[in-house]
Write a new protein. Sequence first.
Length: 215
Amino acid sequence: MADRKSIAQEYYVLAVDQKGRRPNDDIGFSAGLVIAGVTDLMASNAVTLAEDRLRVTARLPEELRHLCSLYDYLQEGPNGTTAVYDYLDGKKRKLLIQDIGSSLADEGLAKACRCGLFGRNILYVPEPSYQEALIGLVKEALFQEQRKARDYVMLMLLSEAGVLKRYFPKDQRKVIKAAIKRLEEEDRQEPWARLAARIDRMTVLALRRLWKECD
């Protein structure tokens, strides 16, 4: 059985294809990676959400060192939740992908492969056996009566990245999307609803599920 890693690491492994290539919706993929990273930081209590702002409140845990660039960015000062999308510019995004990919490579869960003109670019290709074992865990969690927040987050991110069909048949995708829709409806009467005008529904739902579980 595969050991569970951070949400950002697992999302990367499942969102890229077997050759390490990102989905066609590159911005959607990158936004998902940032959201996964923020969720990991919140789960570790290194970052908190208060008054619609993300604030660094503790040291970065060693097991999340692959998120150091995102952590440092948030540490520069209080950031509104929409500020995480400023992190999607080329250099910051590239560094985050590199850090996450190399952390997986260090554990033997991915392989660094050079590509592009003169081999200037590096793709981190997940080990097939790990990728298969990981999606097996996510599928198993889907049909458990009590799913953990991290599994909800993962399914939401994979749905938004447009890669659910890679792993789930049509009938299971309907179950997943119905569950996400129910969560959206629950949000309408809660304080989280006021965030909707500032950030997209994926972020609201991901942070809400984590927040609720940690209470």
